[in-house]
Ligand binder design. Structure first.
Ligand code: NI
Ligand code: MN
Length: 228
């Protein structure tokens, strides 16, 4: 088995690669879909895609309690360091070999202001190549962009894409994203958390599987899957 993925609703995930626990966009306390509380969760690393509250989430509290290192863009890392959080800053297009794999920050077309109004740099997605050569793309909050073709070019096992519309790609553009990325599996996120992003995920899954060769995995909050 190569890695485990647990979804906590919205954009929040726990990724397990070997003994490493990596939280992604840990919006837990304010997240109506999250089955877990931030004070019980453990992590070695926390990936933060951008500064918005529904992605930064409980990063500060979790990082301070667990000693986890937050990986994000330089602007967000500066802000976190002032709060006493351990960080590893990267930026768009830059990759680094962490113990859990080679992680690159990718473009996302969105905003990134931090909760107190501080500039949060450019928003990002994450492209991870694990030590077992599995490739995972987490798009973050983004609209559709043509360079998704470049991100998919080297092969993707899993693409995690927002489908909620209003703030990010909606179902139609997310389908076009799947066609550009050509992943083996796609996991829809960032939908049904609030009124403005309600979507019929089953209908979307059916359409994606009809029009592309990707398998769609619709996760339930709290569900853990193994990617091999
Ligand atoms: Ni956002
Ligand atoms: Mn968001």
């Amino acid at each position: 088995m190569s890695f485990l993925l647990t979804w906590y609703g919205h954009s929040a995930f726990l990724l397990n690669v070997d003994q490493h626990r990596i939280l992604i966009d840990p919006y837990l306390s304010g997240n109506p879909m999250s089955p877990v509380k931030p004070d019980t969760i453990d992590a070695d690393f926390i990936l933060v895609s951008h500064g918005h509250g529904d992605h930064l989430g409980d990063s500060v509290a979790i990082a301070k309690r667990t000693g986890a290192t937050v990986i994000s863009n330089a602007e967000i890392c500066d802000w976190l360091r002032e709060k006493g959080v351990k960080t590893h800053a990267q930026h768009i297009g830059g990759g680094f070999s962490h113990p859990f794999g080679y992680l690159k920050l990718t473009t996302a077309t969105h905003g990134s202001k931090l909760p107190d109004g501080t500039y949060g740099g450019n928003p990002a997605g994450f492209l991870l190549t694990t030590p077992y050569s599995d490739r995972l793309y987490f798009a973050g909050d983004t609209g559709l962009f043509g360079d998704m073709k470049l991100i998919g070019e080297e092969g993707l096992d899993v693409a995690i894409l927002p489908i909620g519309d209003n703030y990010t790609m909606g179902p139609g553009d997310a389908l076009r994203a799947v066609k550009l990325l050509q992943p083996q599996m796609v996991i829809p996120i960032h939908y049904n958390t609030t009124k403005l992003i309600q979507q019929d995920v089953a209908a979307w899954a059916e359409r994606v599987e009809m029009e592309t060769s990707a398998k769609v995995k619709v996760m339930k909050p709290g569900e853990e899957i193994a990617i091999q």
